[in-house]
Ligand binder design. Sequence first.
Ligand SMILES: *Cc1c(COP(=O)(O)O)cnc(C)c1O
Length: 377
Amino acid sequence: MIRQTTATVHLSAIAHNCRAIVDMLTRESTAAGRPAPGLLAVVKANAYGHGAVPVARTLEAAGASMLACADIEEGVELRRAGVGLPILVFGALSVSDLDGVIDYDLTPTVSTPSAARRLAALAERRGVTLPCHLKIDSGMNRLGFRHDNLGRTMPAVVGSPHLKIEAVYTHFATADVPESPFLDEQRRRFERALAALGALGVGRCGRHAANSAAMLRDARTWYDFVRPGLLLYGIVPPPLASSLPLRPALSLSSRIVAVKGVRRGEGSGYGLRWTTDEPRTIAIVPAGYADGLDTRLAGRGVVLVRGRRAPVVGAVSMDMLAIDVTDMTVDPGDEVVIIGRQGDDEITAREMAAAIGAIPWEVVCRLGARIERKFED
Ligand SMILES: *Cc1c(COP(=O)(O)O)cnc(C)c1O
């Protein structure tokens, strides 16, 4: 039994994207006479909605050197499924249930003084030295130790015999805002912080900073690892462009379940927000906001039916939406492509996001639990 609305995840596209990124990094680094950075592949949030375990296994086979999750629970899911790559946990660990870090061999981020204290106490209690990554806040003002205050904060972290800093990283706030000079400012702050850490006794360790957008924009942000998420799924962060030969990894499709005529002066859906002053034909598609489709698609989104574009009309409901198929010949059972290719046309997650004032990360991450993921090569 399978619902009409399903997401197909093309694991071969993820493997292809991973290799395309690794090849580009290798080529450009070799040309510049530098070692190529490793790929720290970001699979948080159920691999951006694509399915964490199959995606992680695919990336492992395709050449990623490390994976990254948002929290301990996501890392545990991967370990239980047998994923063997090192797994970095991005999130703040000041109030988490920490034992999973050791029980499942996860690499925690030390991003606040309280996380450092709790991780050191855990390691002492369990009789281990805990490898961890240290996060520097170079201006995003979210997580991490302030770049300009390390003399104060680092002695407690560096002084702990139970924490071993394997890598230092930062995160950029404006990598996808090309007109902002702040990317470069953060990069310089990070460099100064690295020098300061050396003086404070942090030994040689890995460095990483670049999300997808920074990786595309400036090779000076590559350091020892790059940390793309979105690009692995075949989506270029807007408004950037890229010559990488990426393939979208996810398509979302459904089927028409009803076709109906709407007469002059009538409307459709909650609030009758869509009305018509001429006879129209609409089709009902069993996918709604409970499946993660954004209510802003109403009047803005389009889907593909029989190779043509049909606009979403009326309010998006919990379990269904309506499309205008006037002048088309459609029947119940016809395929509806919400994201992906049909015939010669394609609707990408990036296009859908742009149509509704959202970002592509949001579009794919929000795909609901009710949507079955079919994994294909
Ligand atoms: C999500 C995330 C990334 C990946 O970002 P993309 O824009 O999807 O490439 C990298 N680093 C950190 C710390 C993140 O939280």
